[in-house]
Write a protein that binds this ligand. Structure first.
Ligand code: ITT
Ligand code: MG
Length: 201
């Protein structure tokens, strides 16, 4: 049984969600925010899975321990799947959530509600040093709103409407989001393979 895991992320929103999701299992989470000198991994992949693998393998190699990486983003049908793997840097290298949201809303202007379908994707890669990497993926379906709403969460949460909750993702509590999010869905899949991966079978 794993007691502690490093999540290869520098994103505070992700870090806080993983902390809550894994605390329930009695697993302590460290992230790269605890190791400011850890290497920056260039996300050169063309899919979430490729980027998650790059982050997990590089950081597992660096620490010589088991590492989980998360590569995620928003895919909007009316924009041909954009911002996709470029979600973090859609409006520029600064990774500015507000600017990213403004750019999406501008590009979506005038598109009717039924055509504003979108989904969040999350690829999780778990990497054993000098060993194998396993990848799982989760999604969460919704619609892009016309204006931002809600204060919780991070990233594109204020413009992502979750139909079954009749709220944006940013209006949900962390507990509510952690039951339905792309990240939570992927993590449940990972847990099913957990023991096998950790014991190297
Ligand atoms: O690579 P790390 O260090 O993990 O942090 P990052 O912020 O760069 O993360 P990604 O490369 O995976 O880019 C994901 C972007 O997609 C968005 N995103 C991912 N998950 C999200 C969520 O649960 N809610 C809202 N936006 C999300 C958010 O803007 C992220 O910056
Ligand atoms: Mg990133």
């Amino acid at each position: 049984m794993m007691r502690e895991v490093i999540i290869a992320t520098k994103n505070k929103g992700k870090a806080s969600e993983f902390q809550a999701l894994l605390a329930k299992k009695g697993i302590a989470v460290k992230t790269l925010l605890d190791f400011p000198n850890s290497p920056d991994v260039e996300e050169t992949g063309s899919t979430f899975a490729e980027n998650a693998r790059l982050k997990a393998e590089t950081i597992a190699d660096y620490f010589q321990t088991i590492v989980i990486a998360d590569d995620s983003g928003l895919s909007i049908d009316a924009l041909g799947g954009k911002p996709g793997v470029y979600s973090a840097r859609y409006a520029g290298e600064e990774k500015d959530d507000e600017a990213n949201i403004a750019k999406v809303l501008e590009e979506m202007r005038g598109i009717p509600f039924e055509q504003r379908t979108a989904r969040f994707h999350c690829a999780l890669a778990i990497s054993v040093p000098n060993g194998s990497t396993t990848i799982v993926e989760g999604t969460c379906e919704g619609y892009i709103t016309e204006v931002p709403k809600g204060e919780n969460g991070f990233g594109y949460d204020p413009i992502f409407y979750v139909p079954q909750k009749e709220k944006t993702m940013a209006e949900l509590t962390k507990e509510e989001k952690n039951k339905i999010s792309h990240r939570a869905v992927a993590l449940v899949k990972l847990e099913k393979q957990w023991e096998q991966i950790v014991n190297g079978e």
